[in-house]
Ligand binder design. Structure first.
Ligand code: NAP
Length: 243
């Protein structure tokens, strides 16, 4: 009997649980609770942190979870580390379902930085009009570079006014397409795009638009994680579950 826990918050997790529900495999989807109105799902959903790796291990034991799938965002490194530790501590088989990172193509003008702090440091200099499509958790760091105009694209309205003196907020949860992102960049006279290397198709449109318009991109590389059992393919994840 399967009793699968999927750590989600991504489109891959949503697609995976749809496939698991269709296959009749008992599954619970876990959200951190960052998004206010998550979309309805075909499996039971639980919301909120577990209380670190120890709390996750307790959850795995208490709910007799047979398989753990970490389908969280590549920048959600803490929960992925916790998943590894909890899986080891409880002997629960773990698979990570991830997306391959984006790679620069001909015409791209990417400047890679290792993390958010690196992106903030790279913005030293005269004022620019910047598309900052990073999510509301990371906005405060950019207060160190208050000279820029920041166009912020967010899923939910921020709880407090972002500490960026010159900003404009657009609320949209995507997925986005290159034509509308090109129009957005033109309309707001954007000169630089700041992006995390999330991978996947839903957020790639801004990079396609930047390439088409010859704009530079400040690309924040992914946090490093220990080696783990990993696939980019939902079918492979299901094969692993039923093997
Ligand atoms: P994080 O830094 O890795 O995790 C911080 C804490 O949030 C974790 O220690 C855990 O709390 C809780 N948490 C994270 N994901 C969870 C989940 N799926 N279910 C239950 N608890 C979870 O994560 P984050 O960067 O804040 O991202 C939070 C969520 O948003 C993730 O689920 C991720 O898939 C999604 N997301 C993140 C990004 C991004 O850029 N970081 C983008 C899109 C979506 P406890 O220690 O208390 O268990």
């Amino acid at each position: 009997m399967h009793n699968i826990l999927v750590l989600g918050g991504t489109i891959e997790a949503t697609r995976l649980v749809a496939a698991l529900a269709a296959a009749g495999l008992a599954t619970t989807l876990s959200y951190a609770g960052r998004v206010e109105r998550p979309k309805p799902q075909p499996v039971p959903v639980r919301v909120g942190g577990f209380g670190g790796a120890t709390g996750l291990a307790s959850y795995l034991r208490a709910h007799a979870i047979t398989h753990l799938i970490d389908a969280t965002h590549p920048f959600a490194a803490q929960i992925s580390r916790n998943a590894l530790h909890a899986a080891q501590a409880t002997g629960t088989p773990l698979m990570a379902l991830t997306r391959p990172p984006w790679t620069a193509q001909r015409g791209d003008r990417w400047h890679n930085v290792p993390d958010i702090a690196g992106a903030v440091a790279a913005l030293t200099g005269p004022p620019q009009r910047i598309l900052l499509a990073l999510g509301r958790m990371h906005l405060a760091a950019f207060a160190q570079q208050p000279q820029h105009h920041y166009l912020l694209r967010l899923v939910d309205p921020p709880e407090a006014r972002p500490p960026l003196p010159d900003h404009h907020i657009i609320l949209d949860r995507g997925p986005f397409d290159a034509a509308s992102d090109t129009a957005l960049i033109r309309e707001h006279r954007i000169e630089l795009v700041v992006s995390k290397n999330a991978g996947g198709s839903g957020a790639q449109a801004k990079l396609v638009a930047a390439r088409a318009l010859g704009l530079p991109v400040l690309m924040i590389d992914r946090p490093a994680l220990p080696a783990r059992h990993e696939t980019h393919d939902i079918r492979a994840a299901i094969d692993w579950l039923i093997a």
